[in-house]
Design a protein around this ligand. Structure first.
Ligand code: CUA
Length: 386
C-alpha cells in the first residue's frame, strides 16, 4: 500500500481529467495515472523493439534463410509471469478503490435521488427538495439512495469520480465526501430519450456554516419523514398499521422500530427491512408477506410517486427503529414525528460523522486525503472557520 500512498503523496494529476473534488478522486486518478504509466512504458518498449529488430534482423541478401529457432522455456515463463504480476497489481488496486466507492458508509447524511425524463430530483432528509441542484456541506459524507420514475438513467459527477445507474423498481446507492467548495457539474450518462443531453445540473458544495444557513432558508419545508407521516394518514395506512411502541398489531404489522430488523416471512424465510423491502411491500404487498398476516393489503402501484414512496420509507425509518448514526432517521427520538420540526434537523447534522475522528486520532488514517483541510469538530459547526 505504501506505493499507493506514494502516488497519492505526489498528487498525481492526470492530464485531461476533471478537477478533483472528493475524497476518492485523487485515488481514482492515481490508479488511472498508473495505467497510463504502464501503457506508455510498454508501448515505448514494444515500438523500440519492433524498430530495432527490423533493422538488426533484416534480410541482407535475396537468398538468405534464417537459422531455425526452437523456443526458450525461460523466455516463455518470464513474459507470462511478469505481465501476470502487473495485471494483478491493477486488479488489487482497482478492486480496493471499487469497494471503497460502492460500499456506502453507515454514517452519512442521506439524500434521496429520483431520476425522471429529464431531470434529477433530490430530497433531503430535512425536507428540502431540489431539481437539478444538490446542496451539500463540505467534508461530510453524503449517501445517495436513488431510483427512477421511468427509464434507466445514470448519475455522474465527474469531479467526484462517482457514477451510478438509477434503475426502475430498485434502489441503488453511492456516496461521496466533497473536499472543495464550489459548483460541480452532474449529468445523466445513460441514453434516456430526447432530452438526455439536457439532463444535467450541479452539486453545490458549501462551507458547513453556509450550508446550515441554506438549510434554515428552507424553513417551513417539512422533513421527508413528516411528509411521509402525512401520506401515511391520508392513504389509510394507519387503519391497518399501528406505529406506537408496544402497540397491538392491526391487520398489518406494527411498524414501530421495524426498520433495519429481520422480518420473518410467511414462507419461512426472513428479510431485512430496508428501503427496498418497504418499497416492495407498498407496491407489491403480497411478494414477501410477513409471517402471521393475511394478504389483505392492496397494492399502491401507480398511486404513489417514487418520491412519496421514499417519504413513507423515511417515516417508517423514523419510528424509533435501530438508528445508530447521524445518518439514520430520527435517531433516538421514540415519538413519531409530529411537525416538520427539530428532530429532523438534528438528525441529519451532516457535519458530525466525517473524517474528524481519524484526523484527531493517529495522525490521519490511510484514507485521509493528502493536504486535507482541518475538519470542523462535531457540534462546532456554528463556529466560524479559521
Ligand atoms: Cu437520463 Cu439520460
Amino acid at each position: 500500500m505504501s506505493f499507493i500512498e506514494g502516488m497519492l503523496l505526489f498528487q498525481v494529476t492526470v492530464p485531461f481529467a476533471p478537477e478533483q473534488a472528493s475524497t476518492v478522486a485523487p485515488e481514482v486518478d492515481a490508479l488511472y495515472a498508473y495505467l497510463w504509466a504502464i501503457t506508455i512504458l510498454f508501448s515505448t518498449a514494444i515500438t523500440f523493439c519492433i524498430i530495432y529488430f527490423a533493422v538488426r534482423y533484416r534480410r541482407r541478401s535475396p537468398g538468405e534463410v534464417p537459422r531455425p529457432r526452437h523456443g526458450s522455456m525461460l523466455l516463455e515463463v518470464t513474459w507470462t509471469v511478469i505481465p501476470l504480476l502487473i495485471s494483478m497489481t491493477i486488479f488489487v488496486w482497482a478492486a480496493s478503490i471499487y469497494f471503497k466507492v460502492y460500499r456506502t458508509p453507515k454514517e452519512a447524511m442521506e439524500v434521496y435521488v429520483v431520476g425522471k425524463q429529464w431531470m434529477w430530483k433530490f430530497q433531503h432528509q430535512t425536507g428540502q427538495r431540489e431539481i437539478n441542484e444538490l446542496h451539500v456541506p463540505l467534508g461530510a459524507r453524503v449517501k445517495l439512495t436513488m431510483t427512477t420514475e421511468d427509464v434507466i438513467h445514470s448519475l455522474y459527477v465527474p469531479a467526484f469520480r462517482i457514477k451510478m445507474d438509477v434503475v426502475p423498481g430498485r434502489y441503488t446507492q453511492t456516496w461521496f465526501e466533497a473536499t472543495k467548495p464550489g459548483r460541480f457539474y452532474l449529468f445523466c450518462t445513460e441514453y434516456c430519450g430526447t432530452n438526455h443531453s439536457g439532463m444535467g445540473g450541479y452539486v453545490e458544495v458549501m462551507e458547513p456554516t453556509e450550508y446550515q444557513t441554506w438549510l434554515a432558508g428552507g424553513a417551513g419545508a417539512e422533513s421527508a419523514a413528516a411528509q411521509g407521516q402525512k401520506l401515511f394518514q391520508d392513504r389509510g395506512c394507519a387503519s391497518c398499521h399501528t406505529v406506537e411502541q408496544g402497540g397491538a398489531p392491526g391487520r398489518g404489522p406494527n411498524l414501530y422500530g421495524i426498520f433495519g430488523k429481520q422480518q420473518p416471512l410467511q414462507n419461512g424465510q426472513a428479510v431485512t427491512v430496508d428501503e427496498s423491502y418497504v418499497r416492495e411491500s407498498i407496491l407489491n404487498p403480497q411478494a414477501k408477506l410477513a409471517a402471521g398476516y393475511q394478504p389483505l393489503m392492496p397494492t399502491y402501484q401507480g398511486q404513489l410517486t417514487e418520491e412519496q414512496v421514499l417519504q413513507l420509507t423515511a417515516y417508517i425509518r423514523s419510528l424509533g427503529g435501530e438508528q445508530g448514526g447521524a445518518g439514520g432517521a430520527a435517531g433516538g427520538s421514540a415519538t413519531p414525528l409530529t411537525g416538520g420540526g427539530p428532530p429532523a434537523q438534528q438528525r441529519s447534522n451532516p457535519i458530525a460523522p466525517t473524517t474528524t475522528r481519524e484526523g484527531t486520532g493517529a495522525g490521519g488514517g490511510a484514507n485521509s486525503n493528502a493536504g486535507s483541510r482541518p475538519q470542523t469538530p462535531a457540534g462546532a459547526e456554528a463556529a466560524p472557520r479559521p
